[in-house]
Design a protein around this ligand. Structure first.
Ligand SMILES: C[S@@+](CC[C@H](N)C(=O)[O-])C[C@H]1O[C@@H](n2cnc3c(N)ncnc32)[C@H](O)[C@@H]1O
Length: 239
């Protein structure tokens, strides 16, 4: 690890500042912080109801994401896929997502753990981590799904793993849960396959750019909300 020479990213999350150290000398993409994770984190910061939770009012009703980002009563249990240095997961933890496990492949774990430790004074807790390769069913089961929320940022760039990723998302998220995805087109082939498979498994909603955080809204980066398609009942099949 060559953390000492690598750039540090500061991410303000409400009153706290995360400091994330990259290892740009590494050959693994997960040891850098990718912009989609910041876009996703700042989108959630903009719309997640701030504590203490107010009683429903006309103001909270005007927040179209209040229900989606209700980490205190509705979306309590979460997993992050391809967490890398942990920017998005740590930010969402600070925004109220208390029960979150950050996952990635083994070689990225030192960078993830380094940054969780580095930010412990801000987080006040050692966040959970787990090694998860998207094609490893035993690792998926060991996490004890389903989760209310699956988060992932900038994870679609290899065509060969697009199917594994969509499969892991489907296995991890509960029937009424959501996948919150920070997305940027990296590979046309991976993009095509990923969205074809998502179309089959999920109802896809793209967050309008004007709803992203104004300081973290890049033309290339998007946030998507994926919800599992309802399974047809046997009665519907007969009709
Ligand atoms: C471009 S990085 C994004 C990292 C982080 N989410 C961010 O936005 O800063 C993609 C991440 O996906 C992880 N990843 C890629 N293929 C994977 C696989 N098959 N199983 C698990 N993780 C994978 C990589 O290790 C890496 O951390």
């Amino acid at each position: 690890m060559k953390f000492t020479d690598s750039p540090v990213i500061q991410l303000q999350v409400r009153d706290a500042v995360l400091s994330i150290q990259q290892d740009n000398g590494s050959m693994h993409v997960g040891t850098s912080v990718w912009p989609c994770s910041l876009v996703l984190a700042k989108f959630v910061e903009r719309w997640a109801p701030a504590p203490p939770q107010p009683a429903p009012t006309s103001t909270s009703n005007s927040n179209p994401y209040a229900d989606l980002l209700d980490f205190r009563s509705k979306r309590r249990r979460a997993v992050e896929l391809g967490a890398g240095c942990g920017a998005a997961g740590m930010a969402l933890y600070l925004l109220g997502l208390a029960d979150i496990v950050l996952t990635d492949i083994s070689p990225v774990m030192p960078a993830l753990k380094h940054n969780l430790k580095r930010n412990k004074p801000v987080l006040n807790k050692a966040l959970k981590t787990s090694v998860l390769y998207w094609n490893k069913r035993d690792q998926i089961s060991a996490l004890n799904p389903p989760f209310d929320l699956v988060i992932a940022a900038d994870v679609v760039y290899i065509e060969e793993s697009a199917e594994q990723l969509v499969g892991a998302m489907g296995e991890l998220v509960s029937d009424d849960g959501v996948v919150l995805l920070g997305y940027q087109l990296r590979s046309p082939e991976a993009h095509k396959l990923f969205w074809e498979l998502c179309e089959k498994a999920f109802v896809i909603e793209k967050v309008p750019h004007e709803d992203l955080h104004p300081d973290y809204a890049y033309e290339e980066a998007d946030v998507y909300i994926l919800k599992k398609k309802k399974k047809k009942t046997s009665e519907e099949d007969v009709e």
